[in-house]
Design a protein around this ligand. Structure first.
Ligand SMILES: Nc1ncnc2c1ncn2[C@@H]1O[C@H](COP(=O)(O)OP(=O)(O)OP(=O)(O)O)[C@@H](O)[C@H]1O
Ligand SMILES: [Mn+2]
Length: 298
């Protein structure tokens, strides 16, 4: 835990400098399961004893980064490119710290996975933007992506669009790569770990995370159906399903009411984008694709 739940991310920050939230990792896992994707390794919240459970595991150079804050809470900082200094420490309440833990993926000797760069990745520069952001031919950008493997497969491009919808719902701009198990080939699902940069601003919807959806005008049928159900059936409202699901986590109030409300609003926005496609590009069979991907709701 680096950021208190109620602290919103400022607008004056590039996404690469946003701080990860343990609550985002936890909520993302629950959301992914509720959407029926089942592509985020299980993540749970818990309290850690910083002195008994974290300190002994660290190398000496990082143990040296432990100290007591002026009000006697235990603090430390790690080693990384951004915000890894005493001014940006992680502090517990006393010596107890909230955090999230993820199920560890099988060893790569057993089940190797590889990364696929996200064609709609954002630029890491403060001065330039990516081609998909600046193109005056957004449909053409998608067509270009779909010419090259693995995105020449329907399954692969629909996975990217599912992932974009997922990232839009959590508000994550930092999906630079997707991961797949090598032995499943190119036509497999995408593992979505690294979900800490979501749920930063409950009153903002970052529409361009949906660029793959509205530039390609494609959505997987099962995903569309799930979103319609969430929008129309009060019992399946996403905020309701999420509140129920998150109540099973060991930590309290993973998402504040404003974040839960944001989820319902964003479901509607995704459907509005699909509606726009249906109005401008016609033929629903070429927009809502039934690729035989069947899932059981988590
Ligand atoms: N559940 C997991 N099981 C095994 N390995 C994992 C798991 N989650 C993440 N990893 C490994 O740890 C690496 C870093 O994790 P993660 O991507 O969440 O952190 P990050 O600091 O945001 O990385 P990046 O700079 O690539 O965005 C991953 O690239 C992956 O190799
Ligand atoms: Mn990351």
């Amino acid at each position: 835990m680096r950021v208190p739940r109620e602290q919103e991310e400022t607008l004056d920050i590039y996404y690469m400098y946003e701080k990860e939230r343990h609550t985002s990792e936890i909520a993302a896992f629950h959301l992914n399961r509720i959407l029926g994707f089942n592509t985020v390794p299980p993540v749970a919240g818990r309290l850690f004893s910083m002195t008994e459970e974290i300190y002994p595991l660290l190398t000496e150079d990082i143990q040296e980064h432990f100290f007591y804050s002026p009000v006697d809470n235990v603090c430390f900082f790690g080693q990384c490119d951004y915000f890894c200094d005493a001014a940006n420490s992680v502090c517990g309440v006393g010596e107890m710290l909230e955090g999230s833990v993820a199920a560890f993926l099988p060893d790569r000797d057993l089940a190797n996975w590889k990364s696929i760069a996200n064609p709609w990745k954002r630029s890491y520069s403060k001065y330039n933007r990516s081609e998909w952001e600046t193109t005056d031919d957004p449909e053409g950008y998608c067509e270009g992506v779909r010419l090259k493997p693995p995105f020449d497969q329907d399954r692969a491009i629909l996975n990217v669009i599912d992932s974009a919808i997922f990232d839009f719902l959590i508000g994550n701009k930092d999906r630079h790569h997707y991961y797949t198990f090598v032995s499943y080939g190119n036509n497999s699902y995408y593992l979505l770990f690294d979900n800490g940069k979501g749920f930063g601003r409950p009153h903002d919807d970052i529409i361009d995370i949906l660029a793959p959806l509205y530039q390609c005008c494609l959505i997987r049928f099962t995903t569309f159906r799930t979103l319609v159900q969430m929008h129309t059936d009060p019992e399946r409202r996403l905020s309701h399903l999420m509140r129920e699901s998150l109540s099973h986590d060991a930590l309290p109030e993973i998402l504040t009411p404003a974040h839960l409300r944001a989820l319902d609003r964003r479901v509607r926005i995704v459907l509005e984008q699909v509606l726009k496609c249906l109005k401008t590009r016609g033929r629903h069979q070429s927009i809502i694709i039934d690729d035989g991907y069947y899932y059981e709701r988590g």
